[in-house]
Each structure stands twice: as C-alpha cells, then as structure tokens.
Design a protein around this ligand. Sequence first.
Ligand code: URP
Ligand code: ZN
Ligand code: ZN
Length: 460
Amino acid sequence: MSILIKNGRIITATDDYTADIFIEGETIKAIGIDLNMTADQIIDASGKLVMPGGIDPHVHLDMPFMGTYSSDNYETGTRAALYGGTTTVIDFVLQTQGKSLQSALQEWKGRSDNNAVSDYSFHMAVTDFNEETKVEIRHFIENEGITSFKTFMAYKGALMIDDRQMIGLMEEVKKHGGLINVHATNGDMIDYLIQKHRSEGKLAPLYHYLSQPEVTEAEASERFVDMANYTGCPGYIVHLTCEGALNAVRNATRRNQNVFVETCIQYLLLDASLYEQNFEGAKWVMSPPLREKKDQETLWAGLNQGLVNVVATDHCPFMWEQKLIGVDDFSKIPNGHPAIENRMELLFSEGVNKGRITLNKYVEVASTNAAKIFGMFPKKGTIAVGSDADIVIFDANETHTLSAKTHHMNVDYSGYEGWEVKGKVKTVLLRGKIAIDNNECKISKGYGQFVKRNKVQGMI
Ligand code: URP
Ligand code: ZN
Ligand code: ZN
C-alpha cells in the first residue's frame, strides 16, 4: 500500500515548508516538491498542516487504582488518542509491592496485547526496590525495550518509595542506560494534611487541593533533582504543575544536569477555582491538583524557555459513578482526569492559535521531545525519510466544541465541556495506514503495536 500526501504544509520541531510525502508500507519513503510517484491513494493536504503524530508519554489505561480501574481500556483509550491526533502513548506498568517487575509486566500485557488501536509502550513503575527488583532492571532495558522507570514520592502506603530505594534504583538504572520518571510530591506531608483535614471534618474536593500545597511539590522536585544529580541518573519529572517546582529544575540546570520536565494540558489551561464548587470539583481531583493562574504563566513561559519539555495528559479517566466513591470523603475520590483525545487540539488552540507558542514548539512538546527523551526518535516524533508514517493532517482554522456527547473516551463527562477549540484533526495515519478520516476510525484493535524503546541518551 502506498500513499502520496500532496501539498501539505509540513511542520516538524525545526522545519516549516510545503511539500509532498510519499509513503510505502509503514514508513516515509520520500519527501519533495511535486513528487511524481504513483501511489495507491492520493491525499490532497493543500491548506492543511501536516505534522508528526502526537506522542503522549503519560497515560493510565485500564489501571487498577484506588479500589477501581481507570475507565478507558486499551481499545477505547488508544482509539480516542488517535481521534485526537496522538499516534503513540506510553502507559505505566505498576509493580505490586512484594512481587516482581516481570509479573506486573505480564499482567499489563494481558490487558494490552491485541487490544491497542494506536501504538504504545510502557514505563515500568517500581514501587518496591529490593535485591530481587534490582536484578530485573538490566533485563527490562536490554530485552524488553522498557528503558524508563517510574517512581512515586507520594501515595504513601500504596505506591511510594523512600529516598533510600530511590538512590539505589537510580544507580542501577544509570548503570544500564535508563531514566527515572518521578511523581514528585512529598508523600509524608500530604498524608499528614489529608488526615488533618479528615479529622476536622473537611471532606469536600477542595480539601484534596488544600492537602497538596505547592510546597509539597517544590520540596520533592528539589530533592529528586538533587538525588539525580548525585547519582548522575537522567531524570524526568512527570506532571509538573507549579512555579516552585519549576524553579527547582531551573536551579538544577545551572549545574548542567539531565533532568526533563513534563507538564500536562490541564495545568496549562485549568486552575484551582474549579474546586470551589461542592462535589462537582471531583471531576478535576487529580494529583498534583490544579494550581493558580500564576503557575499557568510559569508553565507557558517554561515551554518557551526550554525548561518544560513535554505536554502530556496523565489521562486517567473515571466514570462519574466511580468519582462518587469519594462523595463523603475527598481522599477516596479516584484521582485522575480524561484528556487523551483533547490534548493536541487544546494545545494548538490555546497555545499556537493564541500566540503563546510557535508551531515548531508545538510539535516539539507534543511529539518530538517525548520521542527523543524516551528512545523512540527518529522512528517516531518527526516527519523524515525512514521514519514511521505517523502523520496528522490538521485544519488550523476549523472550530468545534468539546463535549462528552461527542468524544470517544470511555468516560461520561468532559473536563472541557463546552470549550470552543480552533484547530481540528482531519486525517491521521499510523504506520502508513489511514487510522482516522472524517471523524471515523478506519483501523481495528490489534493494529496498535508495542514500541520497544532504545537506551536513553539523557539529551535532546
Ligand atoms: O491523579 C492522577 N494523577 N492519577 C493518576 C496517577 C498519577 O499520579 O499519575
Ligand atoms: Zn502521578
Ligand atoms: Zn499519572
């Protein structure tokens, strides 16, 4: 099967030009002006943007969490990702404390194998670092193609590891060419504040926010970058939300250490005033919580300063009925918010169309940097000869309204209900196949492949 995309405006993290793209099989074979190859199918992309498929390196599909499961499974979640222009996602395998990394991987494969529509990969979340876990690290990096290891400095009693384990893990991961991802908030402080609020009868979603003040994130981010600096291990802070935490990274970069930062679309666009409305605020109960307007400013600036490298989603949807588990106690509300389908269009509309970031920066933070940081570049994350033909054809001017009535995520509310968005995904190609066209998904579950990732270079 061959496809010729004609006359599109091709945007990568560095380039902006009009040309044709010839695709044969799964990869891009040629790029040029007025290509005269014969193809099975021709797509006219005149007047449209042609960009690399989005990469969302932070999603939770079918994840057992807080007594329930995130409501998008591999099929629904990866299909929704494609509708929104994301062609590759990276999910988190969670080790069960007391069990091996390998047994967790088998459990996740049981849910993902033959079910994904988009391409996907895994980070391995280490929740119990000990002598047995230690010997598994090398195998994951060298044989499984899983080169990033997630750690939680919070969720005390469930997922959190202590600094002793963190240092040991960092040394092992560095030795074999991997990277540590971190949920950097101070778990002990948060645990204390949650119990304090509960004992005072303060049980509304607002107290989720008040139990995780900025200092809990700033402190843990600084501690993490110091440990990463000491061990020399490349680090990646997931879902960074605030000025205090970003300033910790700003200081770290003065000593030239390898630490990358991800924020998520919700932290750029939404703020903590959403918690001031009784239980409705549960829609946005996530960790860390939404912050203040001044933090949004910091994050947008951080993108342009090259300090914030990736915009992800932390997609972790729960049906409203699941959120109601915490109707009498904010600490029981399953943490997470749906966005896998909305990220690319929202970032374009609020970022590019409102003049906050350039088109090149958009591609960089929505696709290219994640591919580079996580060992998938240039197979993924760019439009180049030899790269996978993961391509989004995008109308920069079409407006539409986000709603749970029309989205494809398996969740019965939208965190962005009624938002007017300027910019629309029209056609998506995944490894040379038309995946989305005219609001219709053309591929089935099982087409999505697991992406084995390379060792991490710690540079982008
Ligand atoms: O609220 C969140 N973020 N839920 C998913 C788990 C995590 O901490 O990333
Ligand atoms: Zn987290
Ligand atoms: Zn997460």
